[in-house]
Design a protein around this ligand. Structure first.
Ligand code: GRF
Length: 197
């Protein structure tokens, strides 16, 4: 039988608005995926509650429960395998994975970052864009590789920086674009996988 859907797991650390955007898009019967579960490294992540409200399986896997990064990552990997995840989406997940973990997911591990990569890797991107006086800002969906925010770009969305923008107005405008871009970019990836089988 030809496979028509892929199993997607989403990793979060907080608010979970991108997770929600992905889950809502994927809930469309025409979207070639299902969300098999949401993992958070923070037990109190708001996104866990949002996912549970959509009847998506959730689990908190806190770093503090493990004596090493490798053991924490092994627990995450085990959970992903139990859910039979085929693609892993980071959505505001605030830890860096080891090269060993990343190798488990060749071309199946993606992230959304709030800047036009390769510009502004790392944190506080909106403030740094304002400080730099850039006329343009945006967001990037990219493959996760061992270098932080360095993997190949899958898709980007741009916003114009206005003269009166603050971190808050810019954050909100970029988020609106993220919520459209991430489901679109994931779909592009899945369509390419399904076309190859
Ligand atoms: C987003 O801006 C995303 O690009 C970045 O972290 C933020 C997460 O927001 N990686 P949310 O938790 O999805 O609302």
């Amino acid at each position: 039988m030809t496979k028509s859907q892929m199993n997607v797991a989403i990793l979060i650390s907080g608010r979970g608005s991108n997770m929600l955007a992905l889950a809502k898009a994927i809930a469309d019967p025409d979207y070639p995926a299902q969300v098999v579960g949401v993992i958070s490294d923070q037990t109190d992540a708001k996104g866990l509650t949002l996912a549970a409200e959509l009847n998506i399986p959730t689990i908190a896997i806190a770093r503090s429960n493990f004596s090493s990064k490798a053991e924490h990552e092994a627990a995450i990997q085990k959970q992903l395998e139990m859910w039979k995840a085929e693609i892993v989406c980071l959505a505001g997940y605030m830890r860096i994975f080891s090269a060993d973990f990343i190798e488990n997911w060749p071309a199946r591990f993606i992230n959304i970052h709030p800047s036009l990569l390769p510009k502004f890797k790392g944190l506080d991107t909106h403030q740094r864009v304002l400080n730099a006086g850039d006329p343009e800002h945006g967001t990037t969906v990219h493959y996760v590789t061992a270098g932080m925010d360095e993997g190949p770009v899958i898709a980007q969305a741009r916003v114009t920086v206005e003269a009166d923008d603050t971190v808050e107005t810019l954050t909100n405008r970029v988020l609106v674009e993220e919520h459209k871009l991430y489901p679109m970019a994931l779909r592009k990836l899945i369509d390419a996988f399904l076309a190859k089988q």
